[in-house]
Every structure is written in C-alpha cells, then in structure tokens.
Ligand binder design. Structure first.
Ligand SMILES: Nc1ncnc2c1ncn2[C@@H]1O[C@H](COP(=O)(O)OP(=O)(O)OP(=O)(O)O)[C@@H](O)[C@H]1O
Length: 249
C-alpha cells in the first residue's frame, strides 16, 4: 500500500439477486482528504460505503483500510473498527436519552473510562460542533441542524481518523448545510480526519470536496480533483454540476 493511502479498493464486484450493482470498482482515498462519492440514485454509492465498513463480507485483496485487508479483519476487532467513524443521514439519536448521554454512548459501550472523563470528552466534542449548551437537552428539543451536529459529535467521540458520511446534509436548509460543511472542514483541519462522503448537495461539494469519485454503470467513471470534475466533459458528470448549480459550473 502506498504511503498516505488510507483506503484502497481494487476491483470490487457486488451483485444483489444476480444483478451486478458494482462491476469492478477501484479507487483509493488519501490521508487528510475529503473525497466525495457522486452518482445517480441506485448507482451503488451506499453499497460501496457498506463494503468499506465491513457490513458485507469481502474477498481477500479487494478492500484495504489502514493497510489491513478487510477480509482478514475480525468483525469484533474493536481496535480496528474504533478508527472508523460513521455519520448516516438517519443517524438518529435515541429519544429517551439526553444529547450528552447519546454522545457518551459509544464510550460507555466500548471503554471502561470513569464517568467524569467521559463527561469531559462529551463536552469537548459538543463544543467542537457548537452544541455546548445542549448537554442536558433531549433530541425532541433540537432543530434538524442541531440533531445532525449532535449525531456528528457522537460519530467522532472516539476520535476516529477516518469518517464515513452518507448524505449528512439531507433535509437541511442552505444555512444549516453550510454550517455542517464548515464543521466537517474544521474536523479535517483540527483533528486531521480523512473523510469519505456520499452527497448529492452540489453546494456542499463545491465547498468541501478535494476529490470526486463518480459512480456510473457500476464502475468509477471519473476519479479526479474537484477542479478536474468541474471541467470534465463527461456528460453525466457535467449534467450533475450544471443542474446542481442552476446552470453555472
Ligand atoms: N441489501 C440489498 N439487497 C438487495 N439489493 C440491494 C441491497 N442494497 C442495495 N441494493 C440495490 O443495489 C442498488 C444500489 O443501491 P445503493 O443504496 O448502493 O445506491 P445509492 O447510489 O446509494 O442510491 P441513493 O442515492 O438512492 O441512496 C440499488 O438498486 C438497490 O436496490
């Protein structure tokens, strides 16, 4: 594995009910970069993420994360999975727990840290996502944008060096969306996180993406920098940016 590469995917093929959804997907993700996976509905973006997270079995030599072949990683290998943060669009918090308790949950489940240390860590993360006053509030008392930020705090409570996001901004108004983008940029800058994100939000992509992977017809049809993606003449990709920006690329 080349230095600085956090993820390497080599010819990943996936079929569901004999329908081939991924027909040989290959790409890599570099340390400290924000990589966005783009593609039409049903093109297989979430399927790629799920295979990187070990939610489906993969054969040897196909997916490597932090230099480990995922086929060889035990599903209960906490030392490995602790390095992966996951932030889903429906990453709902538990309504019966306060925000502080929700964010503390992974620490309580996976560590033996004393309660005061856990509270300190939770407050630090709530601070980072600008929710320092929400510690005792319940999810039903938060706005959509605040809920997302609380879910983000929970996703990063174990300080994962790699964060997966599946449509994190879905359903947010443009101002809250921009706020979430700023936060993701801050996490990269302050914690050096590497981010792999699926999103349809062109405004977000223009603000935060370093690299674009465009999934089409079961393969990575485009792999390049944001600048290259914006200039690309590939019709499907061009349409994506043109429609998403109301005609201006
Ligand atoms: N567990 C599964 N069993 C059967 N089919 C599945 C399963 N997961 C995904 N699929 C199918 O695989 C294809 C890709 O799905 P996937 O969710 O990866 O697409 P996507 O690009 O993330 O779509 P969207 O943008 O709409 O969320 C779809 O046709 C979907 O129906």
């Amino acid at each position: 594995m080349e230095e600085g590469r956090i993820i390497e995917v080599n010819n990943l093929r996936v079929s569901f009910d004999e329908r081939e959804v991924l027909k040989g997907v290959s790409f890599s993700v570099n340390q400290g970069e924000i990589t966005v996976i783009l593609g039409g509905s049903g093109s297989g973006k979430s399927t790629i993420l799920k295979h990187l997270l070990g939610l489906f079995p993969v054969k040897s030599d196909i997916v490597s994360v932090f230099g480990s072949d995922l086929a060889e990683v035990d599903e209960d290998d906490l030392r490995f999975y602790k390095k992966l943060g996951v932030f889903y669009q429906n990453g709902a918090l538990l309504n019966s727990l306060s925000v502080g308790e929700n964010v503390a949950l992974p620490l309580e489940q996976h560590t033996n840290l004393p309660a005061e240390i856990i509270e300190d860590m939770v407050r630090t993360k709530l601070n980072l996502v600008n929710l320092e006053d929400a510690f005792y509030l319940y999810p039903s008392q938060l706005s959509g944008g605040m809920l997302k930020r609380a879910a983000l705090a929970r996703a990063i409570i174990m300080d994962p060096p790699l964060l997966f996001c599946d449509e994190p901004g879905a359903g947010l108004d443009p101002v809250s969306l921009a706020g979430l983008d700023d936060l993701i940029l801050k996490l990269r800058q302050q914690l050096g996180m590497t981010v792999l994100m699926v999103t349809h939000e062109v405004s977000s992509i223009l603000r935060i993406a370093d690299k674009i992977l465009f999934v089409d017809n079961g393969i990575i049809a485009f792999d390049g920098s944001l600048e290259e993606a914006r200039k690309s003449e590939m019709k499907a990709l061009k349409d994506f940016f043109t429609v998403g920006t109301g005609g201006k690329r």
